[in-house]
Design a binder for this molecule. Structure first.
Ligand SMILES: Cc1cc2nc3c(=O)[nH]c(=O)nc-3n(C[C@H](O)[C@H](O)[C@H](O)COP(=O)(O)OP(=O)(O)OC[C@H]3O[C@@H](n4cnc5c(N)ncnc54)[C@H](O)[C@@H]3O)c2cc1C
Length: 388
């Protein structure tokens, strides 16, 4: 389906290889995963087999170097994949976190041994990755985390809890933010790679959290009571670098969210335009009524402008020039745009827009969290205001 307002627009970074990847991803999501959507929503988490299949097709770790089994690409490849996932209406697989965030931490800061040990499994889908920063007492104030890791011989003993962890129910590998120096704030934080495959002693997964949207993706609480983690799993091999590592990676995390936001806007405009052409009221198609035309024109324009801003950010990121404030602007503007566009498009469906039978209803519920996770939009405004 073509996208009104985006016809003829090509991302300035796009090459033929991206088209091949998009085709492969579209086929995988639409033919192999989406048909299971109803069942996955009921079970509240994706199928592990779908991660393995994505790995088999080469769709995981697209930006991981080939020497670790990855695609050897860059963020543009991850962006194409995530865009196609959203366009297909597939929301179970937490690839945005798994490939878009977790592999990035290990790739950028891992020692050679850590990269060898963990990246191939993440690329094949045998390991499902998660990132644990948020705690029950607060997520925005990352410096205030309380989960602590105390050195004990060749290990750390980790005690504390995390909440809202995407992929948390299935996760095999968790990049976990802990305090290694209790007396310091930001400079006392480290990241530990935790192997959760055999449910280690002192580790417990809590309930999967019931949410208003994203029903087929698992979000879980995780508890640690003197869980033993080898000191060799300290990301980067030195203590108290975690806050800097997180601050460096957060712009990419925000870009990942922004990619999903633009794809959702695009899909909403496509669905609403198609509906407005078919549905009749007062003797003519909805698209023949001036208000519907104006609403869709607004939404198509917002989508086009958002796409261009996103592409500028993707190019900056590729050059290593995506600064914190610009990434925050992208996350803020594009997720606010997503919520507005999806809401206005839902209205065009009338009563049907409020029924789960129509995908626009699901998109409405799924959109809301985009303004919350990855740093709330209030925190984004704060980051932007700091450079004014
Ligand atoms: C579906 C889902 C998936 C998630 N996945 C992950 C994950 O994989 N890993 C992970 O670590 N976390 C994850 N999160 C957590 C998410 O990042 C946090 O919810 C978010 O950062 C906000 O933290 P909080 O919920 O503790 O809110 P709080 O920090 O308690 O904030 C509450 C409100 O106060 C506002 N506020 C706070 N500080 C300020 C300030 N200085 N100025 C103005 N307003 C302020 C916030 O904007 C918000 O509106 C996920 C959350 C959800 C819902």
């Amino acid at each position: 389906m073509s996208t009104p307002g985006l016809d003829g627009y090509t991302e300035p970074w796009r090459k033929p290889e991206h088209d091949d990847l998009a085709e492969l991803a579209r086929t995988f999501f639409t033919k192999e995963v989406v048909p299971h959507a109803g069942r996955l929503e009921k079970q509240g988490h994706p199928d592990r087999e779908h991660y393995l299949r994505a790995g088999e097709l080469g769709l995981l770790g697209l930006s991981v170097p080939e020497q670790y089994g990855g695609g050897g690409g860059d963020f543009t490849h991850e962006a194409v994949l995530l865009h196609e996932q959203t366009l297909a209406g597939e929301g179970s697989l937490g690839i945005a976190v798994h490939s878009g965030i977790v592999t990035g931490y290990i790739r950028h800061y891992g020692t050679d041994e850590q990269k060898q040990q963990w990246l191939p499994g993440l690329v094949s889908g045998e390991l499902i990755g998660a990132i644990g920063m948020t705690e029950p007492d607060g997520g925005s104030d990352v410096q205030a985390i309380r989960t602590r890791a105390v050195r004990n011989g060749d290990d750390y003993l980790v005690t504390g809890s995390k909440t809202f962890i995407t992929n948390g129910y299935l996760a095999d590998l968790l990049v976990l933010a802990v305090k290694t120096d209790q007396s310091a704030k930001a400079h006392g934080i480290s990241l530990l790679i935790c192997d959760l495959r055999n449910e280690p002693e002192g580790f417990r997964r809590g309930r999967t959290i019931e949410k208003i949207g994203l029903h087929s993706n698992d979000t879980a609480e995780l508890f640690f009571d003197e869980m033993r983690v080898p000191a060799a799993n300290l990301l980067g091999g030195a203590e108290n670098l975690g806050f800097i590592q997180m601050m460096q990676q957060l712009p990419q995390e925000r870009l990942v969210i922004a990619v999903g936001a633009v794809a959702a806007m695009q899909r909403a405009v496509e669905l609403a335009t198609a509906y407005a052409k078919e549905r009749h009221a007062f003797g003519k198609p909805l698209l023949g009524h001036q208000n519907t035309r104006m609403v869709l024109a607004d939404c198509a324009t917002r989508t086009r402008a958002s796409r261009i801003f996103l592409d500028d950010c993707i190019q900056r990121h590729g050059r290593g020039e995506l600064d914190v404030a610009t990434a925050a602007m992208a996350k803020l503007y594009l997720t606010e745009g997503q919520c507005e566009v999806v809401d206005r498009c839902l209205q065009i469906f009338g009563g049907y827009g409020y029924t789960t039978e129509y995908p626009i209803a699901k998109m409405y519920a799924d959109a809301r969290v985009q303004k919350i996770y990855g740093g709330t939009n209030e925190i984004m405004r704060e980051l932007i205001a700091r450079v004014l």
